[in-house]
Design a protein around this ligand. Structure first.
Ligand SMILES: Nc1ncnc2c1ncn2[C@@H]1O[C@H](COP(=O)(O)OP(=O)(O)OP(=O)(O)O)[C@@H](O)[C@H]1O
Ligand SMILES: [Mg+2]
Length: 213
Protein backbone atom coordinates (compact mmCIF):
# COMPACT_ATOMS: atom_id res chain seq x y z
CA UNK A 1 0.00 0.00 0.00
CA UNK A 2 1.32 3.46 -0.90
CA UNK A 3 1.84 5.93 1.90
CA UNK A 4 -0.78 8.58 1.32
CA UNK A 5 0.09 12.20 2.09
CA UNK A 6 -2.33 15.04 1.44
CA UNK A 7 -1.32 18.69 1.16
CA UNK A 8 -4.34 20.85 1.88
CA UNK A 9 -5.61 24.12 3.30
CA UNK A 10 -8.02 26.73 2.10
CA UNK A 11 -5.73 29.66 1.43
CA UNK A 12 -4.09 30.09 -1.97
CA UNK A 13 -0.35 30.39 -2.36
CA UNK A 14 0.68 28.59 0.83
CA UNK A 15 3.08 26.37 -1.22
CA UNK A 16 0.91 23.22 -1.45
CA UNK A 17 1.84 22.47 -5.07
CA UNK A 18 5.53 23.31 -4.74
CA UNK A 19 5.80 21.27 -1.56
CA UNK A 20 4.01 18.30 -3.15
CA UNK A 21 6.55 18.29 -6.02
CA UNK A 22 9.43 18.85 -3.58
CA UNK A 23 8.37 15.78 -1.57
CA UNK A 24 8.06 13.62 -4.69
CA UNK A 25 11.52 14.67 -5.84
CA UNK A 26 12.88 14.04 -2.34
CA UNK A 27 11.36 10.55 -2.32
CA UNK A 28 13.03 9.70 -5.64
CA UNK A 29 16.38 11.08 -4.48
CA UNK A 30 16.08 8.82 -1.42
CA UNK A 31 15.35 5.83 -3.65
CA UNK A 32 11.61 5.56 -2.99
CA UNK A 33 8.95 5.62 -5.73
CA UNK A 34 6.52 8.53 -5.66
CA UNK A 35 3.51 9.85 -7.53
CA UNK A 36 2.22 13.42 -7.54
CA UNK A 37 -1.56 13.82 -7.92
CA UNK A 38 -3.14 17.01 -9.22
CA UNK A 39 -6.69 17.65 -7.94
CA UNK A 40 -7.26 21.32 -8.79
CA UNK A 41 -9.50 21.47 -11.90
CA UNK A 42 -8.20 24.96 -12.73
CA UNK A 43 -4.58 23.85 -13.13
CA UNK A 44 -2.68 22.19 -15.96
CA UNK A 45 -0.93 18.87 -15.56
CA UNK A 46 2.89 19.11 -15.65
CA UNK A 47 4.49 15.76 -16.18
CA UNK A 48 7.47 16.34 -18.47
CA UNK A 49 10.96 15.40 -17.43
CA UNK A 50 9.87 14.47 -13.96
CA UNK A 51 11.53 11.51 -12.24
CA UNK A 52 8.25 10.66 -10.47
CA UNK A 53 4.77 9.83 -11.80
CA UNK A 54 2.28 12.66 -12.33
CA UNK A 55 -1.37 11.60 -12.11
CA UNK A 56 -4.48 13.49 -13.11
CA UNK A 57 -7.00 13.46 -10.26
CA UNK A 58 -8.91 16.55 -11.32
CA UNK A 59 -12.12 14.59 -11.81
CA UNK A 60 -13.47 13.16 -8.54
CA UNK A 61 -14.01 9.74 -10.09
CA UNK A 62 -10.44 9.59 -11.38
CA UNK A 63 -9.10 10.71 -8.03
CA UNK A 64 -11.07 7.95 -6.30
CA UNK A 65 -9.63 5.41 -8.77
CA UNK A 66 -6.07 6.62 -8.14
CA UNK A 67 -6.53 6.32 -4.38
CA UNK A 68 -8.10 2.87 -4.66
CA UNK A 69 -5.32 1.67 -6.99
CA UNK A 70 -2.70 2.95 -4.53
CA UNK A 71 -4.04 0.53 -1.91
CA UNK A 72 -2.70 -2.38 -3.93
CA UNK A 73 0.67 -0.74 -4.71
CA UNK A 74 3.51 -2.45 -2.90
CA UNK A 75 5.44 0.59 -1.74
CA UNK A 76 6.16 4.24 -2.38
CA UNK A 77 4.39 7.53 -1.81
CA UNK A 78 1.16 8.99 -3.11
CA UNK A 79 1.43 12.77 -2.68
CA UNK A 80 -1.88 14.51 -3.33
CA UNK A 81 -1.96 18.26 -3.98
CA UNK A 82 -5.15 19.98 -2.77
CA UNK A 83 -6.10 23.55 -3.46
CA UNK A 84 -8.83 25.24 -5.39
CA UNK A 85 -10.71 26.37 -2.29
CA UNK A 86 -12.68 23.19 -1.66
CA UNK A 87 -13.23 22.60 2.08
CA UNK A 88 -15.23 19.41 1.44
CA UNK A 89 -12.30 17.88 -0.49
CA UNK A 90 -9.93 18.86 2.33
CA UNK A 91 -12.17 17.14 4.88
CA UNK A 92 -12.60 13.99 2.79
CA UNK A 93 -8.95 13.56 1.84
CA UNK A 94 -7.75 14.34 5.36
CA UNK A 95 -9.92 11.44 6.55
CA UNK A 96 -8.46 9.10 3.93
CA UNK A 97 -4.81 10.15 4.03
CA UNK A 98 -2.23 8.71 6.40
CA UNK A 99 -0.90 12.23 6.90
CA UNK A 100 -2.49 15.58 6.09
CA UNK A 101 -0.15 18.56 5.94
CA UNK A 102 -1.24 22.21 5.87
CA UNK A 103 1.70 24.32 4.69
CA UNK A 104 1.80 27.99 5.68
CA UNK A 105 4.06 30.95 5.04
CA UNK A 106 5.07 33.48 7.70
CA UNK A 107 2.24 35.98 7.33
CA UNK A 108 -0.76 36.98 9.43
CA UNK A 109 -3.07 36.06 6.52
CA UNK A 110 -1.68 32.54 6.29
CA UNK A 111 -1.92 32.11 10.07
CA UNK A 112 -5.55 33.25 10.23
CA UNK A 113 -6.57 30.83 7.46
CA UNK A 114 -4.46 28.06 8.96
CA UNK A 115 -6.06 28.38 12.41
CA UNK A 116 -9.49 27.79 10.85
CA UNK A 117 -8.22 24.76 8.92
CA UNK A 118 -6.53 23.32 12.01
CA UNK A 119 -9.84 23.53 13.87
CA UNK A 120 -11.81 22.02 10.98
CA UNK A 121 -9.29 19.20 10.35
CA UNK A 122 -8.20 17.79 13.71
CA UNK A 123 -5.93 15.15 12.12
CA UNK A 124 -3.94 17.70 10.12
CA UNK A 125 -0.51 19.04 10.97
CA UNK A 126 0.87 22.46 10.03
CA UNK A 127 4.24 22.90 8.29
CA UNK A 128 6.05 26.26 8.01
CA UNK A 129 7.14 26.75 4.40
CA UNK A 130 9.16 29.16 2.23
CA UNK A 131 10.63 30.12 5.59
CA UNK A 132 13.27 32.86 5.89
CA UNK A 133 16.90 31.85 6.36
CA UNK A 134 18.21 35.29 7.29
CA UNK A 135 18.72 35.36 11.07
CA UNK A 136 16.67 38.47 11.85
CA UNK A 137 13.74 37.42 9.67
CA UNK A 138 13.90 33.90 11.05
CA UNK A 139 13.70 35.15 14.61
CA UNK A 140 10.59 37.17 13.92
CA UNK A 141 8.99 34.34 11.94
CA UNK A 142 9.57 32.00 14.90
CA UNK A 143 6.82 33.95 16.65
CA UNK A 144 4.31 32.33 14.27
CA UNK A 145 5.54 28.81 15.01
CA UNK A 146 5.56 29.38 18.77
CA UNK A 147 2.04 30.81 18.78
CA UNK A 148 0.72 27.98 16.66
CA UNK A 149 2.33 25.31 18.83
CA UNK A 150 0.71 26.83 21.88
CA UNK A 151 -2.70 26.79 20.22
CA UNK A 152 -2.27 23.32 18.64
CA UNK A 153 0.21 21.27 20.71
CA UNK A 154 1.92 18.38 18.88
CA UNK A 155 0.39 19.45 15.58
CA UNK A 156 3.14 21.66 14.20
CA UNK A 157 6.17 20.39 12.29
CA UNK A 158 8.74 22.70 13.82
CA UNK A 159 11.50 22.18 11.21
CA UNK A 160 10.48 24.50 8.36
CA UNK A 161 10.88 24.14 4.62
CA UNK A 162 13.23 27.02 3.85
CA UNK A 163 12.83 29.63 1.14
CA UNK A 164 14.67 28.45 -2.00
CA UNK A 165 15.32 30.99 -4.75
CA UNK A 166 14.90 28.39 -7.46
CA UNK A 167 11.67 26.86 -6.06
CA UNK A 168 9.84 27.93 -9.23
CA UNK A 169 11.73 25.16 -11.10
CA UNK A 170 9.41 22.67 -9.44
CA UNK A 171 6.35 24.23 -11.06
CA UNK A 172 7.83 24.71 -14.51
CA UNK A 173 6.56 22.69 -17.46
CA UNK A 174 9.41 20.20 -17.16
CA UNK A 175 11.88 19.27 -14.47
CA UNK A 176 14.75 17.70 -16.38
CA UNK A 177 17.66 18.60 -14.13
CA UNK A 178 16.73 20.16 -10.81
CA UNK A 179 19.35 22.55 -9.40
CA UNK A 180 21.44 21.58 -6.39
CA UNK A 181 19.54 23.90 -3.98
CA UNK A 182 16.24 22.33 -5.08
CA UNK A 183 17.61 18.81 -4.71
CA UNK A 184 18.97 19.60 -1.25
CA UNK A 185 15.66 21.15 -0.20
CA UNK A 186 13.83 18.10 -1.58
CA UNK A 187 15.91 15.63 0.43
CA UNK A 188 15.56 17.68 3.59
CA UNK A 189 11.80 18.14 3.19
CA UNK A 190 11.32 14.43 2.49
CA UNK A 191 13.35 13.45 5.59
CA UNK A 192 11.33 15.79 7.83
CA UNK A 193 8.05 14.56 6.35
CA UNK A 194 8.94 10.87 6.77
CA UNK A 195 9.81 11.45 10.45
CA UNK A 196 6.42 13.11 10.93
CA UNK A 197 4.70 10.34 8.97
CA UNK A 198 6.22 7.65 11.17
CA UNK A 199 5.12 9.42 14.35
CA UNK A 200 1.66 10.02 12.98
CA UNK A 201 1.13 6.42 11.89
CA UNK A 202 2.42 5.03 15.20
CA UNK A 203 0.30 7.38 17.30
CA UNK A 204 -2.66 8.25 15.10
CA UNK A 205 -4.82 9.55 17.95
CA UNK A 206 -2.16 11.65 19.61
CA UNK A 207 -2.93 14.74 17.60
CA UNK A 208 -6.61 14.53 18.35
CA UNK A 209 -6.00 13.99 22.05
CA UNK A 210 -3.73 17.00 22.06
CA UNK A 211 -6.35 19.08 20.34
CA UNK A 212 -8.94 18.16 22.97
CA UNK A 213 -6.61 18.56 25.96
N1 LIG B 1 10.23 26.66 -0.50
C1 LIG B 1 9.95 27.72 -1.27
N2 LIG B 1 10.86 28.72 -1.43
C2 LIG B 1 10.58 29.78 -2.20
N3 LIG B 1 9.42 29.98 -2.84
C3 LIG B 1 8.49 29.02 -2.74
C4 LIG B 1 8.68 27.85 -1.95
N4 LIG B 1 7.57 27.08 -2.03
C5 LIG B 1 6.73 27.76 -2.85
N5 LIG B 1 7.26 28.91 -3.26
C6 LIG B 1 6.63 29.90 -4.15
O1 LIG B 1 5.39 30.30 -3.58
C7 LIG B 1 4.42 30.55 -4.60
C8 LIG B 1 3.17 29.76 -4.31
O2 LIG B 1 3.47 28.39 -4.34
P1 LIG B 1 2.43 27.28 -4.82
O3 LIG B 1 1.88 27.58 -6.14
O4 LIG B 1 3.11 25.99 -4.61
O5 LIG B 1 1.28 27.46 -3.72
P2 LIG B 1 -0.15 26.74 -3.67
O6 LIG B 1 -0.50 26.64 -2.22
O7 LIG B 1 -0.13 25.50 -4.45
O8 LIG B 1 -1.08 27.82 -4.38
P3 LIG B 1 -2.57 27.59 -4.94
O9 LIG B 1 -3.45 27.61 -3.74
O10 LIG B 1 -2.77 28.79 -5.81
O11 LIG B 1 -2.60 26.29 -5.67
C9 LIG B 1 5.09 30.15 -5.91
O12 LIG B 1 5.52 31.33 -6.55
C10 LIG B 1 6.27 29.29 -5.50
O13 LIG B 1 7.35 29.39 -6.40
MG1 LIG C 1 -1.37 24.83 -6.00
Amino acid sequence: MSKFVYLGGQKGGTTKTTTAHLLCLGAILRGEPAAYVLTDPHRQIKSEGRPYAVLDGREPQKLAQIITASHSTQNGWLIVDGGGNRPALDAKLTEQADLCILPFRPSEEDLDALALDMQALPQAVAWPSAWPTNRMAMQSAQYFIDGLEKAFPLRVITAPIFFVNSAAELLSASLDSPSTPVRNAARRAFDIMTACYTMNVKHPTEHQDAAVA
